[in-house]
Write a protein of this length. Structure first.
Ligand code: XIL
Length: 340
């Protein structure tokens, strides 16, 4: 390399350092060998800033609703993969991985199912058919599935659900047996896919996390096919000791809004520290392989309607797609891992 060439490289490096002070999120994630994803709404891919930010900043995505029963199964006899396929196409066009969400949940089911008065035998057939058809459709395209979502309540009991006991698939009052059945069907449908149990509130040490831990331990012991646990927010070290992976699946940190819909600056700093802590906790735990936010821009987040407008600003990009302190904190933690 000539001296001039070397000086030129040095100058370019200097200039680019000035323009881009740190790595960007996707780059930092790639270099730290961790997946950083966002939940997405395919109807928004046509918004240029939405698509560009997503493709540039993330290496994984998950449909926020597009692979749920209420979208895929609007009619009993018909599977509609249009919206889910759009998510997969977007991911493939931009070299991103896709997490699938979710095959079994007591929420977000179509009316015909919730009000259907089916027998347990019929429910069992419906569920097996659903898991098989959806997973075969996406085989080779969706690398990991939330097979069962939010099955435990705060008191560590299996929650009432159309799949458990209302009317259930024939395994009511037998604890996690219906969950096991779903995982076995899932494994038969796509043996390559990673199979996750996903829940909220299972991060700390509490009744719910004990119930999840006991179930996963039992599943591993008996050879029930389970590969990981999705924690909707934080991180637990003890799950990875069971030899399963952890994905942080639905991270968002909502802030109180004033009557003008604005947040306090202090809150944004505190929010950044929470994002930092979650990323750090994941990176320090060898089994934690993915961190995903539930949406990525404050322009589109479920928190607004969920909190009736009292909370918001939960995500790493603001409403105009500008990165917030939370974004900087994530990048800083990912970059620190690379240099550790
Ligand atoms: C939410 C979506 O964000 C909303 O668009 C939808 O109206 C309801 O579901 N836990 C989950 C997610 O596992 O699927 C939920 O997503 C948020 C809570």
């Amino acid at each position: 390399m000539s001296i001039i060439h070397r000086q030129l490289c040095f100058l370019i490096a200097l200039t680019s350092t000035t323009v881009t002070p740190s790595l960007e999120l996707r780059q930092a994630a790639d270099q730290a060998h961790v997946l950083v994803g966002a939940a997405v709404r395919p109807g928004l891919f046509s918004e240029a800033a939405y698509a560009a930010t997503l493709a540039h900043e993330f290496n994984m995505l998950e449909p926020e609703d597009a692979m749920k029963w209420w979208v895929v199964r609007q009619n009993v006899g018909r599977f509609d993969f249009q919206a889910g396929d759009e998510v997969v196409r977007f991911a493939q066009a931009h070299g991103m991985k896709v997490r699938g969400h979710c095959l079994v949940w007591d929420h977000n089911n179509p009316e015909w199912l919730a009000q259907g008065h089916f027998t347990p035998v019929q429910m069992s057939r419906l569920l097996q058919e659903h898991i098989t058809t959806v997973m075969k459709h996406y085989a080779g395209q969706v690398f990991a599935w939330d097979v069962v979502n939010e099955a435990f309540d705060e008191n560590a009991r299996v929650k009432d659900s159309p799949w458990y006991n209302q009317p259930g698939i024939g395994l009511s009052e037998t604890g996690a047996a219906y969950i096991e059945r779903a995982f076995r069907w899932a494994h038969e449908s796509d043996p390559e896919a990673l199979l996750f149990y996903n829940d909220n509130g299972g991060e700390g040490l509490n009744g719910k996390s004990d119930a999840i831990y006991a179930m996963v331990k039992d599943f591993k012991h008996r050879g029930v096919p389970i590969d990981g646990v999705g924690l909707q927010l934080h991180i637990s070290h003890r799950l990875t000791q069971l030899g399963v992976q952890v994905h942080i699946t639905e991270l968002d940190v909502s802030l109180p809004l004033d009557s003008n819909g604005r947040v306090q600056n202090d809150d944004l700093q505190r929010q950044a520290e929470v994002y930092r802590a979650v990323v750090r906790a994941c990176l320090q735990s060898p089994g934690c392989t993915a961190i995903q936010t539930w949406g990525f821009t404050d322009k589109y987040s479920w928190i607004g309607s969920h909190s009736h407008g009292t909370r918001g600003a939960a995500l790493p990009f603001d409403r105009s797609y500008n990165p917030k302190s939370a974004y900087d904190a994530m990048v800083a933690e990912l970059s620190a891992k690379r240099s550790r």
